[in-house]
Each structure stands twice: as C-alpha cells, then as structure tokens.
Design a protein around this ligand. Structure first.
Ligand SMILES: Nc1ncnc2c1ncn2[C@@H]1O[C@H](COP(=O)(O)OP(=O)(O)OP(=O)(O)O)[C@@H](O)[C@H]1O
Length: 322
C-alpha cells in the first residue's frame, strides 16, 4: 500500500506538487494523468526517493519512506522510464540481471531469473539474450526495461510514460502485455501517462492533476460518469466520453433476460463491450441484439432504449450522491 498525505514539493519558487493526497492499495494500478508540467513525474519520483518531498507524508505499508534505507527502498520498487535507461554496452541478459547481481544472487540463480523474465515478456532467450540495446526496436527495448524492473521481484512498480515513445500499434501491444502481467503478478503500480485512453484502459484508480494539484480521483468509470469540471471533461474526451464509458463496460453487465418476443437477428457475445454492441446496432440498423455465450447459445438481450434509460438513471444517482 502506497499512501501520500498532503504532500508538497517545491523547486525554489515553483510549487511542483501542491497538497497531493492519494492512496494505492496493494495490487492496484493507479494512473496519474494531466497536461505537461502538472507534477506527475515529480510525484512518482518522490515515492522511491529519487526526489525528497518538501512537506507531508509518504508511507509504504504504513511506514514513512524516510524511515527506509533509500537503497533498500529502491530495491523494493521497480522503476521504468520512457527511454528505458538500459546500459548501451551491456547485452539484454546483463541489463535484466542488474539488480539481482547487485543483491549478490548466485550466478546460476541470476541466469534462471533472467531467462524466466525474458520468457514472461515475450523475448525468446536464444534470439535476444546477447543483443545490445541499439539492436532492439523501441517496443523490445521497453520490454527489456520492464523485465529489468521486475528482476528482483519488487512488490511496487513505478512507470513514467513507459510507452510514450512507441508507435500506436506497439503501444497497444505493450499495454496488453502489461495487463496480462498484472493479472498474474498483482504488483502495486503507479503509472504516469499523457494518454487518457491508456490510463482508462489500464487503471483501477485514476488521478487527474493540474498545476501540481489533484483535481479529481476515482475509478475510470466514476470519472467518466461525472467529471469534476470542464478541464477533466475535456481530458476525458468531451463528447467522446459516452463511448469511452461504453468501452469499459461489458455487455453481460447490461443484458436483460430473453423476452417473450422473437430474438433479435444480430448476435453479440456477452464478453464484448457496450461500445462494440453500439457499433453493431448502428451497422445492423437494429435497436436490439441477442446476447450469446461462448457456445453461441442465446443468454439474454440488449436493448438500446434500456441502455439509454440506465445511463440516465445512473447519472441521476451519481449526482444525488455528490
Ligand atoms: N529539477 C527541477 N528543478 C526545477 N523545477 C523542476 C524540476 N523538476 C520539475 N520541475 C518543475 O516542476 C513542475 C512539475 O514537473 P513534472 O516533471 O513533475 O511534470 P510532469 O507532469 O511530469 O510533466 P511532463 O508530462 O511534461 O513530464 C514543472 O513546472 C517543472 O518545470
């Protein structure tokens, strides 16, 4: 568990981080988003003490980070940055094994761990172990960066725009890889990004910052349903907000039992998103879809009218709560 309580960071006259409080429970994925210079990276770097905070408290598992030995603290925390920070004259295997070697693991154990991680990250050992960073594509180098951060099995990962320099297709692949890794490893992750779609896709908890302050935080769906102000609304895509919300919602959570009327012609698997369902409705000129299970058996139906009604009542509900 990572907790920041009323944290400030000053650089001379600049207030880079201004009264930030947030907590990331164990095994959860927190994304920090906001425009350039709003204090995301500074917030991240204070967690592993690359930067000292000026005021407030930062706690790991309820213990102040100032009580930890900084070297031991950083070994508990994997750190991944945009330009990978790989050593150019070391091959991939040596780069990945850096922290275990510093920890004086026996050579055979380091080798085993490196090979295990390369496999986990889709980097075949025979092909990549002896390559140097300049021989890798951006996506491959970033996989090596993630493998290196995971080498000593830290419980926390801090990731600063890790996929920022990649083309959109590679970026999406690495997001997918990270989601799969997270489903297996359950690390506590704080992830900085400019890309709201990346944050919406990956995060359990979203923190929107502006000028050093946290403007709003919560689950991606809660922010999409009720952005705190026009700035958050525009970051979340303005008019596109409805479709983004639909991308995060599954058909199975909105289907109704099969009715007495004839099933609709178009069929959609229950695991698909509402965005895909809406697209199918538009494509097939149909306000109703039959929902099917993995064996293509009808299990329910989805109606556009009901979806619109539900969206309306959930907005009413969330405005009553706030
Ligand atoms: N070492 C430093 N010395 C002085 N000012 C700094 C330093 N590091 C950051 N700042 C300032 O602190 C503020 C926050 O910077 P930070 O890098 O945390 O923002 P960011 O949200 O991560 O930006 P970006 O998305 O562009 O990386 C900025 O005004 C920046 O100029």
């Amino acid at each position: 568990m990572i907790e920041l309580r009323n944290v400030y960071k000053y650089f001379d006259d600049t207030v880079a981080v201004d009264d930030v409080s947030l907590s990331v429970p164990k095994g959860k994925f927190c994304a920090l988003v906001g425009t350039s210079g709003c204090g995301k990276s500074t917030t991240l770097r204070m967690i592993n003490r690359l930067l000292a905070h000026s005021e407030g408290e930062i706690l790991l598992d309820e213990q102040a980070i100032s009580d930890y030995d900084p070297v031991l603290l950083r070994r508990r925390i994997g750190y991944v940055i945009q330009n990978t920070g790989l050593f150019p004259h070391w091959n991939v295997a040596r780069n990945i094994g850096l922290v275990p070697r510093l920890l004086k693991w026996p050579a055979s154990q380091v080798r085993q761990r490196v090979e295990e991680l390369m496999q986990l990250l889709g980097l075949p050992v025979g092909e990549f172990a002896n390559k140097y960073p300049h021989q890798l594509s951006g996506g491959q180098a970033q996989r090596v960066g993630v493998a290196r951060a995971l080498a000593a099995d830290p419980d926390i990962l801090l990731m600063d725009e890790p996929f920022g320099a990649l083309d959109p297709i590679t970026r999406e692949k690495l997001q997918e890889m990270l989601m799969q890794l997270q489903a297996r490893l359950h690390k506590t992750i704080v992830f900085v990004t400019h890309d709201m779609d990346e944050a919406l896709r990956l995060a359990d908890h979203l923190v929107v910052m502006r000028a050093g302050k946290v403007i709003q935080q919560g689950t991606p769906l809660s922010l999409l349903q009720k952005p705190a102000d026009a700035f958050v609304d525009s970051l979340l895509g303005g008019l596109e907000r409805g479709l983004k919300q639909a991308s995060l919602t599954r058909v199975k959570d909105h289907m109704a039992p099969l009715g007495p009327t004839l099933p609709a012609q178009s069929r959609i698997p229950a695991r698909y998103t509402l965005r895909q369902a809406l697209s199918m409705m538009l494509r097939d000129h149909s306000e109703r879809l039959t929902v099917v299970d993995q064996h293509d058996m009808p299990v329910g139906e989805l109606s556009l009218r009901k979806l619109v009604k539900e969206a309306h009542s959930s907005e009413q509900g969330s405005s009553r709560e706030s």
